[in-house]
Ligand binder design. Sequence first.
Ligand code: PHE
Length: 447
Amino acid sequence: MSQREQWSSKIGFILAAAGSAIGLGAIWKFPYIAGQNGGGAFFLIFILFTLLLGLPLLLAEFSIGRTAESNAVDSYRKIAPGTRWHWVGILGMVTSFILLSFYSVIGGWIVVYLFKAITGQLNNLSSDQYAEVFGATISNPVTSVFVQFLFILMTIIVVAKGVQKGIELASKIMMPALFILFILLVVRAVTLDNAMAGITFLLQPDFSKVTSQTILEAMGQSFFTLSVGVSVMVTYSSYLPKTQSLPRSAISIVAMNIFIVLLAGLAIFPAVFAFDLEPGAGPVLLFNVLPTVFSQLPFGMLFFIAFLVLFLFAALTSAFSMLEIIVSVISKGEPEKRKKWSWIIGLSIFIFGIPSALSFGILGDITLFDKTIFDLADFAVSNVLLPIGSLLIALFVPMKMKKTALYEELKQGSGLKRGLFETWFFLIRFVAPLLIVIVMLDVLGLF
Ligand code: PHE
């Protein structure tokens, strides 16, 4: 086997892993799912799942990846040869495929909004008009499919060239810039009239709104935002030198994610209530609300354009990881094959995703279990495939990896204390599998 690449610097890995994690999940998905699920209680349950399940699972994926130093499928083969555990990696590839097929729809929405903002089509509109313009745009079949294609095209080009590392360096500037713009936005949003209603909605739990469905959504959301359950983090950590602290990396990624989720919530909900919009508006929520908030700022459209560029970047760094995991397994690290397969797989994902893009227009009436094609793809990934993938990873670690070796692996570069290690091991071995199974069975009405 040829020598494996490694991240050129510690920061390279953190940026790539954080880039995969921070994306549409925290910024676009969280507000709308929280909006549909009553706000505060959802937020609290989401945080609990993130700390109890997401963080330990992230660390589990890191330890698999760095132990095996291989791709998402071969890592399992290497640790548990002769077994079927590598199907966990294959499941991750399938999940990633479906994930990118609808992720790219939203990525496309950012592209089209960016175009509209730059060409001045969004100047001086009322909040109703923003919603109208946006609704008309995404229901147009040609536009929505075309921008979805553009988003996938950008993803393919970067993954085919294998130049993610350059992009990661760019994110060293882009991510902090995104945070700063978000803070600005939050300051504007929370000083709007009637902002308090939105803050209360987000931060005051109302448990009367919590159903088993809410709990499942919160769990799925915590996996989604951290990119766990797909073996993306196995793949990324496999390039990692042993000097890097895995626990510290996991904690910083979780902290950044929670912070951005909070910022997104505080930017959106005060504005939703101030402008009398609907918190349960669904996937369009962020896109309907943000331009109105930006238009209340001096040089609002300029800030909005900057925001969209950074937002697009955040979505792309997540999309890279989805395509990368599939391509790295199939091309086995050979540069020639990487190029070919990036195109083949990327274009297949695009074709597979077209019906999702059309679900906001001409295919909007096609529903199954009361869900459009887009909602169904999202539900299958977030609330079925990610929990199953996470469950299998939580079973794999204690069953197939030696506890002493795991401790050694996690201790390298971090000096992790035994007590903390034991806590993590307990969470992975007992809490994660039990909780995931209970939540899933509960939704099926089996409890
Ligand atoms: N974490 C990404 C986001 O929040 C989505 C993602 C999930 C990426 C799973 C890779 C794997 O946007």
